[in-house]
Design a protein around this ligand. Structure first.
Ligand SMILES: Nc1nc2c(ncn2[C@@H]2O[C@H](COP(=O)(O)OP(=O)(O)O)[C@@H](O)[C@H]2O)c(=O)[nH]1
Ligand SMILES: [Mg+2]
Length: 242
């Protein structure tokens, strides 16, 4: 076991789902706000310990998706994809799960180190909304936990789950969203070349989707990161954070 290193957690989700409430609860006074490097968007970073591990946690900008539609989306997306946190916690509003699941699925296309938190579970229960978390776990293929950040319910359970994932190097096999036949065919055509170029730096399926979309900022970032890595002679060591 590696007790020395600080694990990195990213908090992702739509605006108003309780990300900052959770962030404040976990970090208390051990936090500071600055700007994202080279950007005018503010960044909250904090620290906490749990069991034998120490963590750095970043409160990502709240977004509805992870494309290059806005600076916020790009920042959140780039952090998850290119800074490769040890865990991305997706914080969802349990009272509007259908709308909120979109961002969870998008995160799951980028990384398999995901924990989904169904926050505001107290509000959902008040409204008579019953969520079958086991069904979600089975369908999505990643841990799904009910929490209430404001009422401090389920947070210890969440931390224990995270501890188990980082200490035992657990990964998951998130469900793939199936696209139309045309898109799926194009993904399959692109994947071999993507895998040849970028190895397993990021899921080839995700890169293929970005290529099909014509998202040049992802490709630029990817080339920058991977080529830089190769120049430094780390061709096969893409996992960051070590
Ligand atoms: N009822 C309830 N309200 C919550 C919970 N967590 C957060 N909130 C409230 O939801 C609102 C948005 O929270 P905030 O942390 O700012 O969301 P963010 O935009 O995702 O950072 C605030 O008024 C919080 O007090 C919860 O578990 N239950
Ligand atoms: Mg916030």
């Amino acid at each position: 076991m590696d007790n020395q290193r600080t694990y990195r957690i990213a908090l992702a989700g739509n605006p108003n789902t309780g990300k900052s409430t959770l962030f404040n609860l976990l970090t208390g006074l051990r936090q500071h706000t600055g700007n994202w490097p080279g950007k005018t968007v503010s960044q909250s970073k904090g620290y906490f310990n749990h069991l034998q591990s120490s963590y750095e946690i970043i409160d990502l900008p709240g977004t509805y998706s992870l494309f290059s539609n806005s600076l916020d989306e790009e920042i959140a997306r780039n952090y998850i994809a290119f800074e490769k946190p040890d865990i991305t916690i997706v914080v969802l509003d349990s009272t509007s799960l259908e709308r909120n699941l979109n961002i969870a699925l998008q995160v799951m296309e980028i990384t398999n180190k995901v924990v989904i938190c169904l926050n505001l579970i107290d509000e959902a229960e008040k409204k008579g909304i019953h969520i079958d978390e086991q069904k979600l776990i089975d369908r999505l293929g990643v841990p799904v936990l009910k929490i209430s950040a404001r009422n401090k319910i389920g947070v210890d359970n969440m931390l224990n789950t995270i501890n188990d994932i980082v200490q035992n190097n657990r990964t998951f096999t998130p469900m793939n969203i199936k696209y139309s036949d045309e898109i799926e065919n194009n993904i399959s055509k692109l994947q071999p070349d993507i895998e040849a170029a970028y190895k397993d730096y990021l899921p080839s399926r995700w890169i293929a989707l970005r290529l099909l979309e014509g998202d040049e900022s992802v490709i630029e970032e990817l080339n920058h990161r991977v080529l830089k890595n190769r120049k430094e002679g780390n061709e096969y060591e893409y996992a960051s954070g070590e």
